[in-house]
Ligand binder design. Structure first.
Ligand SMILES: C[S@@+](CC[C@H](N)C(=O)[O-])C[C@H]1O[C@@H](n2cnc3c(N)ncnc32)[C@H](O)[C@@H]1O
Length: 199
């Protein structure tokens, strides 16, 4: 049992609600487009630990869904005085994420941007401290090409699903692991997390 010191009772209640909904959707066979497709609690803890260690001023999350991962990242960002911009294309998910962030009291830390993350990232040359990638697997490689040049030295990229989607992400994995700008490894926890740091 983890203590989760940054997750207060309010946040715990919201995480429990989203975990129950995600599990029910998976069991019911809700369509992929509608499902929340959240990270697992231990990946939330992994992200929190990385944010606490790296102490980024700004964090970008690609793929908000209902805001479950955003709560884990956002509570750590708040603890280190950072902020989170989370990008989501589906308006129904954006509505749910706004309720999540309100209910946890993270509105001062988290900004939710509705729209295509490609458009958002292409339109900004801003150097990035910390990026969490959790969108459609077929887009990972294109996101890597956008994110890698924008990472500051010491900037961190984490991507979910490297071992759960081995085939779909083979090209992305090879590109990230062989990129001379990145010190990168696949951490074999849960669904497999790419951890890459800009050298
Ligand atoms: C796997 S889910 C994210 C789960 C979330 N990170 C969590 O753990 O709670 C992927 C999300 O990415 C969104 N998405 C897919 N392509 C996108 C894009 N190009 N721009 C913004 N959002 C996108 C989907 O609508 C979906 O809600």
């Amino acid at each position: 049992m983890s203590a989760d010191p940054l997750i207060d009772a309010q946040a715990r209640a919201v995480l429990d609600r989203l975990e129950a909904r995600d599990a029910e959707e998976r069991q019911r066979g809700t369509s992929r487009a509608e499902r929340l497709r959240q990270i697992t609690p231990d990946v939330g803890r992994f992200l929190q630990a990385l944010v606490l260690a790296a102490r980024p001023r700004s964090i970008v999350e690609i793929g908000t869904s209902g805001g479950y991962s955003t709560v884990w990242i956002g509570t750590a960002a708040r603890a280190v005085g950072g902020s989170v911009t989370t990008l989501e294309i589906d308006p129904a998910k954006v509505r749910l994420a706004r309720a999540t962030i309100d209910d946890v009291g993270l509105t001062a830390t988290v900004s939710i941007v509705e729209g295509d993350a490609f458009a958002y990232l292409s339109g900004s040359a801003e150097p990035q401290d910390f990026v969490f990638l959790d969108a459609e697997k077929e887009d990972y490689l294109a996101f890597l090409e956008l994110v890698a040049p924008r990472l500051k030295p010491g900037g961190v990229l984490v991507a979910d699903n490297l071992t759960s989607h081995t085939e779909d992400l083979a090209e992305f994995r090879d590109a990230a692991l062989s990129d001379p700008r990145l010190a990168a490894v696949v951490v074999p926890i849960e669904r497999g997390e790419l951890l890459a740091v800009r050298v």
